[in-house]
Write a protein that binds this ligand. Structure first.
Ligand code: FMN
Length: 190
């Protein structure tokens, strides 16, 4: 018997940010996507992540931040490169930055908290795709840029886990090879 949730998991594909167009999710849909993003395994309810939404003109303004970071951090970037960087966030109608936020506590190792941020990224992806949008989890270079970190007001305990680009797919993505289970699954035996 067909199961819609399992069908979604077994057919999901990322859509390249370069292959996205309008429309993006409306306010209600974005609320649902973010709510799904916040419903992930989270040991001791530390909420070790937060989300920053970029929409409309904010995407262009943040592109200037990325281009400025590129100018400051790269060795003589070309005008073409700077122009490309300035347009990064314009590839999709909505971009959600997922910020991993590690809480200092002996109760939950950092590793678990970072994994929870990854789960938040994937839940955002799955929710956006379930609503019929295309989505892509991207870091590119600027997730790790000191200048971009500063512009995002990240604290010492925070890192960008990913930028989730969300929009409408211009075309259906092609299938992508997946690992054979025989190569990645073993059954433990004593
Ligand atoms: C943490 C993380 C960072 C990623 N960063 C990028 C990136 O910067 N650029 C990119 O093209 N794909 C990036 N990817 C890969 C895509 O999100 C996606 O997984 C890939 O295009 C394969 O598509 P699929 O999700 O349908 O398997 C990243 C994936 C992860 C998990």
């Amino acid at each position: 018997m067909s199961n819609p949730t399992l069908d979604h998991l077994l057919s999901r594909r990322s859509v390249s940010a370069n292959a996205m167009t309008e429309p993006g999710p409306d306010a209600d849909q974005l609320g649902q996507i973010l709510t799904a993003g916040a419903r992930v395994p989270d040991h001791k309810k530390l909420v070790p992540w937060r989300f920053i939404v970029f929409e409309g003109a904010a995407r262009e303004a943040f592109g200037q931040v990325i281009a400025e970071a590129c100018r400051a951090e790269e060795d003589e970037p070309s005008t073409f490169r700077l122009d490309t960087e300035a347009k990064r966030f314009l590839r999709a109608p909505v971009v959600v930055a997922v910020i991993s936020r590690v809480v200092q506590t002996p109760a939950v190792p950092e590793w678990e908290q970072v994994l929870s941020a990854g789960a938040a990224c994937q839940n955002l992806m799955l929710a956006a795709t379930a609503l019929g949008f295309g989505a892509q989890w991207i870091t590119e270079w600027y997730a790790f840029s000191p200048g971009v970190r500063q512009a995002l007001n990240l604290s010492e305990n925070e890192r960008v886990a990913g930028f989730i680009y969300i929009g409408t797919a211009k075309e259906r993505p092609e299938e992508r090879d997946r690992p054979a289970l025989a190569d990645i699954v073993t059954t433990w035996q004593a």
